[in-house]
Design a protein around this ligand. Sequence first.
Ligand code: GDP
Ligand code: MG
Length: 164
Amino acid sequence: RKPIVAVVGRPNVGKSTIFNMMAGEKIAIVQNTPGVTRDRIYADVDWLNHNFTIIDTGGIEPDSKDIILSQMRYQAETAIETADVIMFVVDVLTGLTDTDYKVADILRKSKKPIVLCVNKVDNFDKLQYDVLEFYNLGLGEPMPLSAVNKIGMGDLLDEIVKHF
Ligand code: GDP
Ligand code: MG
């Protein structure tokens, strides 16, 4: 079967935007409807001679830190069970959060390959040093990305397919 790549990360870091960009069309819903649970969304991605299935994860629009964390734990555990590679997305504009650290701990223990994607690096000259902070998650090299500007996509996809 095709390798499965799951996209995991806090709300609003840009998971669905990345998913749409990789899928090449608008499939995932950017911005959740408050209080509505969405199923995971799947798409096939072709990159060079690699084919894989990408899974976007969404869920309830969280209104508290506790809900975000429990949702994230569920997301991470489901990804660990089903995915061959996990893409953990963080946001350079908000920087590292407690939730990021907690999710990183769960993912690290899984021994699944993790690709750490630092999104919203819209201006690399300005933000490249902020990206370094994410080394603190202990998940290896942070890959800078600007999903809205489609910058960094090639390097990110190269990093993902290395693990197949
Ligand atoms: P999700 O909740 O993780 O799925 O995040 P979404 O994909 O729905 O995006 C949340 C918000 O972040 C939207 O307003 C996006 O337009 C915005 N966003 C996504 N990627 C980028 C990016 O690379 N740069 C900036 N500045 N904003 C982004
Ligand atoms: Mg989303």
